[in-house]
Design a protein around this ligand. Structure first.
Ligand code: NOJ
Ligand code: NOJ
Ligand code: CA
Ligand code: CA
Length: 722
């Protein structure tokens, strides 16, 4: 049993509120109640499924739709693309199957509150002749306005959304705007818009695709963006038709009720186009969006960190995943290494709690295989992932100890839906804490005790605390002496009730934990949920980027039950919804740039500063800026700077670049170019500058270039260096 605290009553009220909110959502979904009651449902608190912006209190479960559960045999593809004994072909899993596993309690019992499903869009329906694979994984899109018939019809998708929401579960779709399918070997990369052909790859008169001769060698950012990855037909997002296509498609799926988007291969699209696309999504609805920037290391990667800190979307946290896999899976790293990654990412990432953590995926070996079939290692890894900073994401089937190394063996059919597996039990005991104890959703992390085998760390938000201890060793127990904690004095029982060997601990008034032995393989979690907070504390603001007029969500605690005020620096924002743990406000008309956000309660207490929300100048478009004849000495690069926030407000230190000069079909030295998000329908002034390796700046001479950006769509503007 957990320590009994004064907030038991409050927890009970929260539970009732959640149930009532879910009920209201169902009633509204079935048209029983008018939409006027929606605000009642949303005013409860942030566990409500209608909070699409913030996933801080959620646990995501990643499903390869084709491999989870076949709930409808009638939609299974026929012919050579379907073969349940071949992992490279369709197996029949579908949305009806996911619905069945929501309704039979498997997923709700596990405690997950969001499902990341395969891309729902129509894919190629034939075998890809270059690799003999079918499109079961969903990464070979063909028509982003229609469903993949093997997964279900549009009405099946709508049913999935409403059943999920009625059970307090959000739906995240995988989305793949970088490419269609592999060219000449199957359907020639053809892209359709709701049944009408837009273009094939080889007969592309409108420039829908990029046509670099060689595949990407992954050598430079530029090469990764404009070349094909592995032969996939690389879409030219800078083409207005493609830009509109991807904005409209995202709008369509959001309109169907999707709560979040996982963006495939963000490293392979231009930063400027992505930010313009995300700006469009967020002005429709601020759904939680996280990208896949594949990274194999644990050390800071400047481009990875820059992307997650400035793009407006979260990333899958590869550094955390790799460190966790090294420490508990392959044992090529230690708990000391894991702890140091947790500590360095807390400063490398501006919003470490918004990154999506994972321990295995469809692109890496399953944890069971990685650890040499060590079930306890799988369980211990879940304990760490579920109590660490970030939004945890569980890969389907690893809770049933599924095995498999590389693709496609790591994408097998679900082997069991047993609710008795120890890993299932571990997850189901810890997952609810993500909602009940804000230390997990929003807290800081402090290392409390560490050696190569043992990691003991504490999360804290306000006065709420979660202390986690894991010993990865299979043969050595450790005496834990000299351990301190911010848990209030008292006795604490393991949240998992000893499932992984965890004991009770005693905390003395001086914060010292009475010495105990942490046995080989043992894991324990001890928690204290404070009875709310009398002072407001901001945990998260989501999304963290957008334009005036967008609605954003502020989560945390102690906001109070009556409406107070929210300020962007000194400018007050219109409040749309207010509860003790969640506020929704409209971004006020303030100067573009980063703004601090403060919450002040109705009784006049002001929160910590959220630092900071990125206000864009307005709606964005992606413009390709090109300069010809910009010759440079070795080591000198060209940058772009101009008179708006997006172009650095004439500050050479904030200029965009170094810009690119080595893509044959777009621009080669001494031509330089970059695709940049800029305010739509606005006359902007800009110049190119040269910066040498010591940072000396040479400006173009003469007057500024001017350009009126389009109100929608994309544009290219090309000048000679002056
Ligand atoms: C990354 C995905 O996770 C992977 O599975 C896929 O094949 C590539 N992107 C291409 O879409
Ligand atoms: C400084 C640059 O030298 C100049 O070229 C440019 O026109 C101005 N910034 C704009 O204020
Ligand atoms: Ca099926
Ligand atoms: Ca690309």
């Amino acid at each position: 049993m957990r320590q009994v605290s004064e907030n038991t009553g409050k927890k009970f009220l929260r539970k009732i509120a959640v149930i009532m909110a879910a009920l209201l959502v169902v009633l509204v979904a079935y048209g029983v109640l008018g939409s006027a009651t929606v605000s009642l449902a949303t005013s409860v608190q942030d566990t409500d499924v209608t909070n699409k912006a913030s996933f801080s209190t959620d646990v995501i479960y990643q499903i390869v739709t084709d491999r989870f559960y076949d709930g409808d045999k009638s939609n299974n593809p026929t012919g050579n693309v379907f073969n349940t004994s071949d992992l490279t072909k369709y197996h029949g899993g579908d949305w009806k199957g996911i619905i069945a596993k929501i309704e039979d309690g498997y997923l709700t019992g596990l405690g997950v509150t969001a499902l990341w499903i395969s891309s729902p869009v129509k894919n190629i329906t034939v075998i890809d002749g270059s690799n003999n694979n079918a499109s079961y994984h969903g990464y070979w899109g063909k028509d982003f306005f229609q469903t993949n018939a093997a997964f279900g019809s549009l009405s099946d998708f709508q049913e999935l959304i409403s059943v999920a929401h009625a059970h307090g579960i959000k739906i995240v779709i995988d989305f793949v705007p970088n490419h269609t399918s592999i060219g000449v070997y199957s359907e020639d990369g053809a892209l359709y818009r709701d049944g009408s052909l837009v273009s094939t790859y080889s007969n592309d008169s409108q420039g829908i695709f990029n046509h670099e001769k060689e595949w990407s060698d992954f050598g430079t950012a530029e090469n990764q963006i404009y070349h094909s990855i592995y032969g996939l037909s690389d879409l030219n997002q800078q083409n207005s038709t493609v830009d509109k296509y991807m904005k409209d498609s995202a709008d369509m799926w959001i309109g169907l009720g999707v709560d979040g988007i996982r963006v495939d291969a963000v490293k392979h699209m231009s930063y400027g186009w992505l930010k313009n696309w995300l700006g469009s999504i967020y002005s429709k609805e601020g759904v939680f969006t996280f990208g896949e920037w594949y990274y194999g290391g644990i050390t800071n990667d400047a481009e990875f960190s820059n992307f997650t800190n400035t793009s407006g979307m979260s990333l899958l946290d590869f550094r955390f995943a790799n460190a966790l896999r090294n420490a508990l899976g392959s044992k090529t790293g230690t708990m000391v290494d894991l702890s140091s990654v947790v500590s360095s990412t807390s400063t490398d990432f501006d919003e470490v709690n918004d990154q999506v953590t994972f321990m295995d995926s469809h692109d890496m070996s399953r944890f069971m295989t990685l650890s040499g079939n060590n079930a306890r290692a799988v369980e211990d890894a879940y304990v760490i992932m579920l109590t660490s900073r970030g939004v945890p994401n569980i890969y389907y089937g690893s809770e049933q100890y599924m095995t498999g190394s590389a693709d496609p063996n790591n994408r097998g059919d679900m082997t069991s839906f047993s609710t008795a597996s120890t890993a299932y039990q571990v997850i189901s005991k810890i997952a609810p804490l993500r909602k009940s104890n804000p230390a997990l959703a929003y807290g800081t992390t402090a290392e409390r005790w560490v050696n190569n085998d043992v990691y003991i760390y504490e999360r804290q938000f306000g006065n709420s605390v979660v202390l986690t201890a894991v010993n990865r060793s299979s043969d050595t127990g450790y005496d834990i002496t000299g351990l301190y904690t911010n848990l209030p004095a008292g006795n604490y029982n393991d949240v998992m009730q000893g499932l992984l060997g965890g004991n009770n601990i005693t905390v003395a008034g001086n914060k010292a934990v009475t010495a105990f032995n942490l046995a080989a393989g043992e894991a324990a979690v001890w928690e204290y949920t404070a009875p709310g907070s009398s002072a407001p504390i901001i945990g998260n603001v989501d999304p963290n980027m957008g334009k005036a007029g967008n609605v954003i969500t502020i989560t945390g605690e102690g906001f109070g039950d009556s409406t107070g005020t929210v300020k962007f620096d000194t400018a007050a924002a219109t409040v749309n919804l207010w509860s003790d743990t969640m506020i929704k406000v409209t971004v006020p008309s303030v100067a573009a740039g980063k703004h601090k956000i403060y919450v002040t309660t109705s009784s006049g207490t002001t929160s910590n500063a959220y630092d900071g929300y990125d206000v864009l100048t307005g709606a964005q478009v992606s413009v390709r800026f090109m300069v010809n004849n910009a010759t440079t000495a070795y080591g000198t690069n060209v940058y772009l700077v101009g008179n708006c926030y997006e172009l650095g407000n004439w500050n050479a230190a904030k200029a965009i670049g170094p810009i690119y000069n080595s893509t044959a079909t777009i621009g080669l030295y001494p031509t330089w170019f970059m695709d940049v998000n800029v305010p739509a329908g606005t006359t902007i002034e800009y110049k190119f500058i040269k910066k040498d390796s010591s940072g000396n700046v040479t400006w173009e001479s003469g007057s500024n270039h001017t350009f009126k950006t389009p109100a929608t769509g994309t544009a290219t503007v090309s000048v000679n260096w002056q």
